[in-house]
Design a protein around this ligand. Structure first.
Ligand SMILES: Nc1nc2c(c(=O)[nH]1)N[C@H]1C(S)=C(S)[C@@H](COP(=O)(O)O)O[C@H]1N2
Ligand SMILES: [Mo]
Length: 378
């Protein structure tokens, strides 16, 4: 018992020594929340395993926020529990705290593999929602008690040690938690490096129909459907649904940012073959002197009947698939019939559904980042 207390006392002392000065705690909370929003959003674009450090950083920062928040609450507890100390800004503080606890708790529960569904929102989507409202709340909260950070708050060596220890403890805690998942074989055990949970089975029924924001077109009539292949190609063509269903097959993993993934056998036409059917990609000659105004094919843009669109670099696009089938079945409307993009190693939101136009282009399409958020709104 004596040693138990001794260990606990030592641990307490170590934690106390780690605690930064109050102003540093506050500013770190602000900076860490901002970093969480950035790493979280950027992680949406990462689909290859080499991107794992970003996800680990996001988890470590989350752990650090738990610890920082505990220090902060221990300090300001009195201001929250004593009504005579309430000010107008206290409401904002409480709201900020609620959003922080919401983001943290949904993140932690998700790591354990739990998924409570609120209609078509997964718990991960709720986590994202809390995170997005938390950032402006923390910013507004900071302005109500604004104190510039001082040099003494961030004394160089101690600060570096403190934050390294915090982040390392976060990574270790996450690793430990994964061990617990494996040991107890919880639903969290089968998560990918992106955090997504598996959806098992084959064909249309095996995985959810997901739209990024508001896309929900009427079913497309197969007979009237035409796929236009155009842009920097020598002979633009229009293909029928049967011509697109060319029977090329490939297995690929679809990983949605709302937190699930599925491996399916997709059937359709290789985009490289599709471009060949249009005479192949070809530079467009410019006016005047040869060379400097030529537009070289560099991207292939896939556009949905809803306007939703995404581009892939030409080389990558050629190996991608325009799918008409999944798991041996014809694609259902919800999954993008007559044809949808299958882009291995890309996140689900880039797998454009209901594709009606394939276009070879010279320029990168910056507008796609906005269009995927607003297509479907009328
Ligand atoms: N046109 C269009 N394509 C889209 C979307 C969309 O909203 N509109 N959602 C994307 C998202 S977020 C995902 S995860 C996948 C989901 O494909 P599924 O509905 O077949 O599961 O489609 C992608 N393709
Ligand atoms: Mo998605």
């Amino acid at each position: 018992m004596g040693t138990g207390l001794g260990i606990r006392g030592a641990l307490r002392e170590a934690v106390d020594r780690l605690e930064p000065p109050p102003r540093a705690v506050d500013w770190s909370l602000f900076a860490f929340v901002a970093a969480e929003v950035v790493t979280g959003l950027v992680s949406f674009t990462v689909g290859v395993p080499e991107g794992w450090p970003l996800f680990w950083l996001h988890r470590s920062l989350g752990f650090a926020i738990v610890v920082l928040l505990a220090w902060k609450l221990a300090r300001v507890r009195g201001r929250l529990t004593d009504p005579s100390l309430w000010r107008r800004s206290t409401a904002l503080s409480v709201l900020t705290l609620v959003a922080a606890l919401g983001a943290l708790s949904t993140g932690i529960v998700w790591v354990f593999g739990l998924d409570v569904r609120l209609s078509y929102w997964t718990l991960l989507s709720v986590h994202v929602g809390f995170g997005l409202v938390l950032l402006p709340l923390v910013a507004a909260h900071a302005t109500t008690r604004f104190r510039l950070p001082r040099r003494v708050d961030f004394e160089r060596r101690r600060t570096a040690v403190r934050y390294t220890v915090l982040l390392a403890a976060g990574a270790a805690t996450y690793r430990l938690q994964q061990g617990v998942n494996d040991l107890l074989d919880t639903a969290g055990a089968d998560r990918r490096f992106t955090g997504s949970q598996p959806r098992e089975g084959e064909g249309n029924g095996a995985f959810p129909v997901t739209s990024w924001v508001a896309d929900d077109p009427d079913p497309i009539d197969r007979k009237a459907y035409r796929l236009r292949v155009e842009g920097l190609v020598s002979d633009p063509v229009e293909l029928t649904a049967d011509e697109v269903a060319a029977g090329h097959e490939t297995a690929a993993l679809l990983d949605c940012t709302s937190g699930w993934y599925t491996v399916q056998e997709w059937g359709g036409i290789r985009v490289g073959d599709l471009l060949d059917a249009a005479g192949g990609s070809e530079a467009a000659g410019g006016f005047g002197d040869a060379g400097d105004s030529d537009r070289e094919p560099a991207y292939v843009r896939f556009t949905s009947v809803t306007g939703y669109r995404w581009s892939l670099p030409l080389d990558e696009a050629e190996d991608a698939l325009l799918a008409t089938h999944v798991g041996g079945e014809r694609l259902s409307h919800g999954h993008g019939a007559p044809a949808r993009l299958v882009a291995p190693d890309r996140r689900g939101f880039q797998w454009v559904k209901w594709v009606t136009r394939v276009e070879v282009r010279a320029e990168y399409d910056l507008g796609q980042w906005v269009v995927t958020l607003v297509s479907g709104f009328e």
